[in-house]
Write a protein that binds this ligand. Sequence first.
Ligand SMILES: [Zn+2]
Length: 303
Amino acid sequence: MVRVHYRPPPSFQPHDGANPEHMVRVTLPDGEEKMYTGNQVPVSEVVASLGPRWEREAVAAVYSGHTVDVHQSITGAGSIRLLRDSDEEAIDVLRHTAAHVLAHAVQELFPSARFAIGPPIENGFYYDFEVERPFTPEDLARIEKRMGELLADGLEVEREEWSKKKAREHFGKLDQVFKLELIDEIPGDTVSIYRVGSFVDLCAGPHLDRAARIKAFKVLHAAGAYWRGDAGRPMLQRIYATAFFKKKDLDGYLTQLAEAEKRDHRKLGRALDLFEVKEEAGGGLVFWNLFDGRSYVRCVRSR
Ligand SMILES: [Zn+2]
């Protein structure tokens, strides 16, 4: 069950629903219009009003051109299109959520970690952390394992709106300096906070209705990255990962990655004149160009 943390603005007064200023009007993709009572209406209410099938299948929505999640509220009048896992926009929502699951695992395994940002990117997502030492392959394996356990436990996704004061107190107590810097840059008096399991993060969203929709993920590698890309700022450790709605999509992506890597090796080998791969000589045969002290000799080895 999705819990929605919706706090009406202080000016909100109960009303009889007759005043159009207190109604939200949405137009569905087929042109049908629906009215909802309130200055702001949670997207989850729109989803619920469209029947149990959408309640099962809607992972997020596009409201007047912006991707929103079911935890957010909409105002005024606009067009809405609910997103299923097969819709193009849905994958970034899934990966954005997976970034919080990754951070959740890092928080547990590296309690002194400081958290920066974790956006979706092409083919996956990353999260930047300030940690005492770079992550090792063993660390990444532990993080991936813990992510799997967290997802198996079923993580709730919740959204709250906090005053900046409350957010500064919360992240200040935890010495989360990057979050404090980000809070200062957000316009307005409130910020949105997402809880994914027990991990509380400053984030604008959108995220999935529930993390259990993440059916396949892989932690790929880690690399150093400066905070804000500025060499004068702290060096962070960026963990790259990817996630999908379906296991077969992850498998397909990993195969594609392996193929690309193989092609890269061939390109590099040829460029450096180290070796050649001749498919016509049979798959798996590498022609190495080795220097024997006087001249290069060709050596054939299987890969
Ligand atoms: Zn987020």
